[in-house]
Design a protein around this ligand. Structure first.
Ligand code: UDP
Ligand code: 7WV
Length: 457
């Protein structure tokens, strides 16, 4: 032990989005509470203010950086490209300032763990002679497609997928590819962002992947041959997994206000009787799709708990609330981990975001997946074909929508016979997830390897 009892001081910099903050924050908590590191996590000023953040998140200290939009964050930017460019320019200076400010303290920053959506953070680390570790928050399968495209340009074709893809990726068909491949030209700035994760990754001293070895064994093995990675996940609050970290019951940061009455409502419902419907923090459905979904859910006659963010609410069909008041509860944001681990939940109707996917797996809840964009189609393939814990909805080719009958049928399948086997499979993954993060497990060993190398330099 050195420096006021800490083994080293690490600065963690997440990409400013819910699905990226949650896993890096959880990883930070693990490093701080179980591995003897001092960890400081920097959110953007706008996010920090909008959350009324406390001075620390349990064992993790908090700092802020500027994204150049302190008064409103991302929505203030005139375009995605403009946001990312300002985040880079202003963020770089902010991070440099934090490093400088800590220099003369007993705990100077020695290492930066950065989200590779922010490749410039690697440059800041190296400019100041610090250890740098990239923290990939998405699945390894998705990371590897971006790696291959970035280095070899072999995947970027919507019509066909090369038939010589490495082990692990060979299961992917065109519709399973991240949307930036299957819908070329969509979100060009984000396409560039995901590929640039690998732009000078060889300068990073460590690469973390937010997955666990057995979950993506083939891909981890084949990608590691070209890009050595440490699997460190899943990054779920410890109370839902190995229970090794005291008071680690939730992520603790929410960009949205949580409707906490969800659990009271669930308490009144029989075991396995409720469909939980949520599409994460960003996905936005069309009015028509909302209607098909609402009518499909209603037709199943199951109870449902549906998260519709405030910004999406106006798309709900008129009178849906009144018509389904007995069966359904609509909320703006849920305590999702609590919900998924509630015994009343029978299935999760999800967009297949990576965090939601891992949370469902770790809670033993089978899924109906309706992917929207980015990594979600790929996650859906893993859910359906590799882990066999859910079904992916089929999109009607003429309308481009998932029709009400399809919604109804998929929910019936997963709530019925088929769901029993899926639940059994999900329980197996849950056990393997616990094993990975428990003492001596694959993720735990990888974390120890990082900490021991970091503290021996
Ligand atoms: N989440 C939540 N309440 C909700 C919906 C989502 O707490 O009503 C959390 C969820 O538990 C997950 C994160 O928000 O940790 C969403 O991440 P994910 O990768 O699933 O999707 P994204 O928001 O990035 O599309
Ligand atoms: C936020 C912004 C852009 C993207 C993502 C999150 C993601 O997929 O994780 Br491309």
């Amino acid at each position: 032990m050195t420096r006021n009892g800490y083994r080293a001081h690490v600065l963690a910099i997440p990409y400013p989005a819910q699905g990226h903050i949650n896993p890096l924050l959880q990883f930070s908590k693990r490093l701080a509470s179980s591995k003897g590191l001092k960890v400081t996590l920097a959110n953007t000023i706008f996010i920090a203010n909008s959350l009324n953040l406390p001075k620390s998140a349990g064992s993790v200290q908090l700092e802020t950086i500027s994204d150049g939009y302190d008064d409103g964050g991302f929505p203030l930017a005139e375009s995605i490209a403009a946001y990312l460019s300002r985040l880079q320019d202003v963020g770089y200076q902010s991070v440099a300032e934090i490093i400088t400010r800590h220099k003369a303290t007993p705990n100077p920053i020695e290492c930066i763990i950065y989200d590779p959506f922010l490749p410039w953070a690697l440059d800041v680390a190296k400019q100041y002679g610090l250890v740098a570790a990239a923290f990939f928050s998405q699945s390894c399968t998705v990371n590897y497609t971006y790696y291959l495209e970035h280095h070899h340009g072999i995947i970027w074709s919507p019509a066909s997928v090369p038939n010589n893809l490495p082990l692990g990726l060979h299961i992917l068909e065109p519709q399973d590819m991240p949307s930036f491949f299957s819908v070329p030209g969509s979100y060009p700035a984000y396409s560039e962002l995901v590929l640039n994760q690998f732009s000078h990754i060889e300068k990073a001293d460590f690469i973390f992947a937010n997955t666990f070895y057995k979950l993506e064994e083939e891909v981890v093995d084949s990608m590691s041959q070209v890009c050595p990675m440490l699997t460190i996940g899943p990054t779920i609050p410890s109370a839902y997994l190995d229970n090794s970290i005291e008071d680690d019951k939730g992520y603790g940061f929410s960009l949205f206000e949580i409707d906490s009455f969800c659990t009271d409502w669930l308490n009144t419902k029989p075991p396995g009787s409720v469909v939980y419907v949520a599409f994460g923090s960003m996905a936005s459905l069309s009015d028509k799709q909302m209607k098909e979904l609402a009518l499909g859910l209603k037709a199943t006659n199951f109870h449902f708990l549906w998260v519709v963010r405030a910004s999406e609410e106006e798309k709900l069909p008129d009178k849906l609330k009144e018509e389904t008041a007995e069966k359904g509860l609509l909320v703006n944001w849920s305590p999702q981990l609590e919900v998924l681990s509630h015994k009343a939940i029978g299935c999760f109707f999800t967009h297949g975001g990576w965090n939601s996917t891992i949370e469902a797996l770790s809670s033993g809840v089978p899924m109906v997946v309706m992917p929207q964009w980015t990594d979600q189609p790929t996650n859906s393939k893993l859910i359906e074909s590799l882990w066999k814990v859910g079904v992916r909805v089929k999109v009607d080719e003429t309308s481009g929508l998932v029709g009400r009958e399809e919604v109804e049928q998929c929910v019936r399948e997963v709530m019925g016979e088929m769901g029993i086997a899926m639940k059994r499979n999900a329980k197996k993954w849950r056990e393997l997830a616990i094993e990975a993060v428990s003492e001596g497990g694959t993720s735990d060993k990888n974390i120890d390897e990082f900490v021991s190398k970091l503290t021996s330099v």
